[in-house]
Design a binder for this molecule. Structure first.
Ligand code: RB5
Length: 156
């Protein structure tokens, strides 16, 4: 499994911790920035991770910002992305088992590194349960199909 990781300035230190944990665990990852605490716009980092996952370059993504909210909202605009904001391990497990979340988001200003490490560990190891959950995730994809006209120009 290859993981795309990115953060804005508000999540930069948490992202550095996340890449450290992935390295220790032997999980391959692509660090897509940002690379300092200089202010950037979180939708740019969210898009980079979302596109890496959507294209198949990476299997999963982890995004950090101050709250985890902005990157979650932005990443979820990309069809096929199911980004879950998790600040507890129960949600992290459920995000995989029930929602097949392919992107995890966290807020550096919300949780400490100890809890974040546990959330990452649980989220990476939990598996989608399928069954009734697959039907529900399929309905999420149907919503995308209904409202997303990717690359299609508006009809005149
Ligand atoms: C940046 O100050 C902050 O707004 C951002 O990191 C994030 O919390 C947005 O949702």
């Amino acid at each position: 499994m290859r993981v795309a990781v990115a953060a804005d300035h508000g999540g930069f230190r948490l992202k550095m911790a996340v890449t450290g944990w992935l390295k220790e665990a032997g999980v391959p990852y692509d660090d897509l920035g940002t690379f300092s605490e200089e202010a950037v716009d979180y939708p740019d980092q969210a898009l980079a991770v979302a596109e890496a996952v959507r294209s198949g370059a990476c299997d999963r993504g982890i995004l950090c910002c101050g709250t985890g909210i902005g990157v979650s909202i932005a990443a979820n605009k990309v069809p096929g992305i199911r980004a879950a904001l998790c600040h507890d391990t129960f949600s992290a497990r459920a995000a995989r088992e029930h929602n097949d979340a392919n992107v995890l988001t966290m807020g550096q200003r919300v949780i400490g590194p100890g809890l974040a490490e546990e959330i990452v560990r649980v989220w990476l190891s939990a598996s989608f349960q399928g069954g009734r959950h697959a039907r529900r995730v399929g309905k999420i994809a149907q919503i995308e199909t209904k409202y997303c006209r990717c690359g299609v120009e508006e009809e005149k």
